[in-house]
Design a protein around this ligand. Structure first.
Ligand SMILES: CC(C)(COP(=O)(O)OP(=O)(O)OC[C@H]1O[C@@H](n2cnc3c(N)ncnc32)[C@H](O)[C@@H]1OP(=O)(O)O)[C@@H](O)C(=O)NCCC(=O)NCCS
Length: 140
């Protein structure tokens, strides 16, 4: 799914070995969404000291626009928030308009364009979402 949905057209960098290594990393959460026993979506997020970094995120085409992505993102946000982190960061391909709309709709904001971020050939948009819980006195 990572190769076909996230890295299509780029050199495959999230190989089985790299994914397996990250799954075994105790600072990384791997999440799958399933319908019955069939995996329809997955995500991989690294928990840093201050913020989490969403490395991989995809929903199978037949299940897109059905709320699976939003549900996975909610789970990841709650998880990062429970870990005391202040934000979630990610990079998305600059030309991936649907994913950018998805993240923007979920409250992510553009941080910067990273030229030639992917293999020196394609640019990324760095996005982030502040997940700090504010008390009533802080929000006034
Ligand atoms: C981006 C992606 C994860 C979204 O997952 P999803 O399950 O389809 O998203 P949801 O159904 O939860 O959508 C939630 C909202 O996001 C927005 N959105 C999602 N896909 C969109 C699209 N293709 N175009 C415009 N808005 C979109 C909509 O506002 C949508 O709400 P709505 O359907 O009520 O209008 C999915 O399209 C995907 O896997 N794409 C290929 C892989 C990819 O680009 N991953 C991100 C790499 S960083």
């Amino acid at each position: 799914m990572s190769r076909d949905l996230v890295e299509h057209g780029l050199t495959w960098s999230w190989t089985r070995t790299r994914v397996a290594r990250n799954m075994a990393d105790r600072d990384t959460s791997t999440l799958v969404a399933a319908v019955g026993r069939k995996i329809v979506g997955f995500a991989m997020m690294h928990f840093g000291d201050d913020h989490a970094h969403l490395n991989l995120f995809a929903v199978k085409p037949a299940y897109q626009r059905g709320g699976v992505g939003a549900e996975m993102l909610r789970w990841l946000e709650q998880s990062a928030s429970a870990a005391g982190l202040s934000a979630i960061h990610l990079e998305v391909r600059l030309n991936n308009v649907s994913a950018r709309r998805f993240y923007r709709g979920a409250g992510f904001q553009d941080v910067a364009v990273l030229p030639r971020y992917y293999g020196g050939v394609e640019s990324a948009l760095w996005m982030a979402r502040d997940i700090r819980v504010r008390t009533a006195s802080q929000s006034t």
